[in-house]
Write a protein that binds this ligand. Structure first.
Ligand code: ATP
Length: 316
């Protein structure tokens, strides 16, 4: 075997609860991740040269201008990590076909890293006596970034800590989503910094600075709606503590959220750190109407439909 292709989903955060800042500078999070059917495809080929090369190409109308080439790409870092763990040389040519918006709050870079972990393990791990199982890859993912373990796992899961300590969540049925992408991404660190600034300005409830924000807790109504397949209940329970910061940095997102609500969304929120906005429809038919309405409103760069939950990174 000299090449492996892995398909990996984007995520939307059903709840993104941002708690206090920890001593290591990260926030304590409660992060309910949900994998949706918008996929990047990552192919890893064993190369002759002792190096890791990366090439990204768009799938549909995604811009790949800001996807780093070579060593800074999260997929390249993932390949080097697997090689180091297995004690083999990292000889790899990685091709990424991108459908997940870049810097869009849907964890596209983390998804590519997860795909590269799975592909490299399949390529280089001894198939008779594999060293790395999926749980090991989830653990390795945490070394690359907080969102990487979930992209390996997929489905719906609650993440605590930096978001990387995951417990699968019980869900029933399929939820239908519409995503409105924006031209130009938002930097995740910049959105967290704005969140801290807004909290400090408002005076966080039990302290004078952003570090004193209360601990985030998993939303019970959200977990009940997931377990019973209740789209309306889920729509009403969607929350994102980064939304105010994303809206402050990109006020035009307010119009996007309003347009989705006007066209029948049962839930609307900024996805992760934005600027992609996520809309939940009551069923598949409503999702089609919602997508058409949003398209007509001309508030988004692209309007995409997807469903969830879907599995994490998988060899195709
Ligand atoms: P998150 O939701 O995890 O905060 P995001 O979806 O907002 O992330 P990404 O698409 O993951 O953002 O990209 C964030 C930055 O990561 C990019 O601007 C880019 O510099 C860097 N990056 C590294 N590797 C990749 C990759 N394979 N694809 C996209 N971006 C990458």
């Amino acid at each position: 075997m000299s090449a492996v292709t892995v398909r990996v989903p984007a995520k939307v955060n059903l709840q993104l609860g941002v708690g206090p800042i920890r001593d290591d500078g990260y926030h304590d999070l409660v992060n309910v991740f949900h994998a949706v059917s918008l996929f990047d495809e990552v192919t890893v080929e064993t190369a002759a040269a002792p190096e890791v090369r990366v090439q990204a190409a768009p799938y549909s109308r995604v811009s790949v201008a800001d996807v780093p080439a070579d060593q800074d790409n999260l997929a390249a870092r993932a390949a080097r990590l697997v090689a180091a763990r297995l004690g083999v040389d990292a000889h790899a040519a990685i091709r990424i076909r991108k459908a997940i918006p870049v810097a869009g709050g849907m964890a596209g870079g983390s998804a590519d890293a997860a795909a590269a972990l799975v592909a490299c393990a399949r390529l280089w791990d001894d198939r008779d006596e594999p060293v790395l199982n999926r749980a090991d890859l989830v653990e390795l993912g945490a070394e690359l970034g907080s969102d990487v373990p979930f992209a390996v796992l997929g489905g719906t899961a609650v993440g605590v800590g930096r978001g990387e300590r995951l417990t699968p969540a019980l869900t029933r049925g399929t939820f239908h989503w519409v995503f409105a992408t924006a031209d130009g991404g938002l930097s995740t660190p910049a959105v967290y910094a704005e969140c801290d600034r807004l909290r400090a300005e408002e005076g966080a409830p039990d302290a004078g600075d952003a570090g004193g924000a209360p601990a985030a807790r998993v939303s019970e109504p959200l977990m009940t709606a997931l377990a019973t397949g209740d789209a309306k209940g889920l729509g009403a329970a969607l929350t994102n503590d980064l939304e105010a910061a994303a809206l402050a940095l990109r006020p035009s997102l307010g119009r996007v959220l309003d347009a989705g609500r006007d066209h029948g969304a049962v839930g609307a929120l900024v996805s992760g750190s934005g600027p992609t906005c996520a809309f939940l429809a009551e069923d598949e038919e409503d999702a089609a109407d919602l997508a058409e309405g949003l398209d007509g409103a001309r508030v988004a760069a692209q309007v995409l439909r997807a469903y969830g939950p879907v599995p994490g990174a998988m060899v195709v």
